[in-house]
Design a protein around this ligand. Structure first.
Ligand code: 8OZ
Length: 368
């Protein structure tokens, strides 16, 4: 039987929390290191606007990670969401996306221990505990080992929670439709969740409830600021990215998913497996999570067209996020509808500051 997939539910409008979207294809958050670093990590250059405008066929765009404070930055030239100049910088991007009929949420991000003073304006990296990640940072001075972070005090934790809240308020001011809290890939929220990085003995460490406290305080602060219907979170329960480990992912992420469900947030965006790698890692039951969480389940990690059609058709996911395919295929929705060939992303230009590999991938109309 041949099916005209242009009518497939993957391409039909739906609602993600309070956000009406034109289809169930999501552009995953993608660090591209093209903000104006010298000016203060400000987005909104003509090429930044063009990059997002080209990809505004996705029902929902999740922005590249955008740090909520200078010490929350872990890579060169990533944009922030804490200064007024950054808010102004984002405005033409969100306007261009809306003009093209898409929606966009800001991924609000704190890297915690995954950084180096070369990237934070000299500030010492912080984390739940003084556990050094076995990772190197890429700086303008080359590759350097990441140092042991300083353990955050309870007072400082309160301040960081407030930075996420302000980031969310700024995102709305900048014209975003909502936010995605970056709870994945071994950054600060994930560092609190997992026992490999969190060795605290106070209210933020030890038990499942204590390790989930920071994540839930961030969620609650952001929800109080902008409303649950505009808040999502990205989780990667089994990824080993950025030297993160946990002895029992099902226990901590199972509890977290149930608590998120109680709060009625718009979506959970799951990285199923090792981020950018194997999907079949043990340790967490994603099918269980799909049932336990009544909001929108956005699936991610190595999805092909066939997998995405199948996931939405079977109900395994409400929407599917594509990362690398969106780097190389600005018109991805059209290509998925028509089942055409796909451009192949070039990893050499993922983080190279310029227009090459950023706004020069051809669309079908140009490729013909
Ligand atoms: C790749 C390069 C830099 C950052 C993540 C924000 O892993 C990232 C990231 C990925 O979530």
């Amino acid at each position: 039987m041949t099916q005209d997939t242009r009518q497939h539910p993957l391409f039909q409008p739906t609602r993600i929390g309070d956000i009406d979207v034109a289809n169930r294809v999501v552009m995953a958050p993608l660090t591209r290191s093209r903000a104006d670093e010298a000016a203060g990590d400000i987005p909104g250059s003509p090429m930044n606007i063009e990059y997002y405008r080209q990809r505004s066929n996705a029902g929902l765009i999740i922005s590249e990670g955008t740090q909520v404070s200078p010490v929350g930055k872990g890579y060169m030239a990533t944009p922030g969401i804490y200064s007024d100049a950054q808010v102004e910088g984002w405005k033409p991007i969100t306007a261009a996306v809306h003009e093209a009929g898409s929606k966009i949420v800001a991924q609000i991000w704190h890297v915690g221990r995954i950084t180096h003073p070369e990237l934070t304006g000299g500030a010492e990296p912080v984390g739940p505990s003084a556990v050094q990640p076995k990772m190197v940072a890429y700086t303008r001075k080359g590759k350097v080992d990441m140092p042991t972070p300083r353990e955050l005090s309870v007072d400082e934790i309160r301040q960081v929670v407030d930075e996420y809240r302000r980031g969310a308020a700024n995102a709305i001011r900048a014209g975003f439709d909502g936010v995605e809290i970056h709870g994945a890939n071994g950054y600060l929220v994930d560092q609190f969740l997992r026992d490999g990085a969190n060795k605290r003995t106070d209210a933020y460490g030890g038990s499942i409830e204590n390790r989930a406290r920071f994540a839930l305080e961030v969620v609650d602060a952001v929800v109080a600021e902008i409303g649950a219907g505009r808040v999502g979170i990205r989780l990667s329960p089994v990824t080993p990215s950025n030297d993160i480990q946990d002895s029992d992912p099902q226990a901590i992420f199972g509890y977290l998913v149930q608590e998120l469900d109680k709060r009625g947030i718009a979506f959970i965006h799951f990285v199923e497996g090792a981020t950018g790698g194997a999907r079949d890692l043990p340790g967490f039951d994603f099918a269980w999570a799909r049932k336990a969480f009544r909001g929108t389940y956005i699936a991610n990690n190595g999805y092909t067209r066939e997998m995405a059609l199948q996931a939405v058709e079977s109900g395994a996911a409400d929407a599917v996020a594509f990362g690398r395919l969106y780097i190389a295929n600005p018109d991805l929705v059209q290509r998925l509808k028509l089942n055409t060939g796909l451009n192949v992303p070039n990893p050499q230009t993922f983080y190279t500051f310029g227009e090459e590999g950023y706004i020069d991938y051809p669309s079908l109309d140009k490729a013909a």
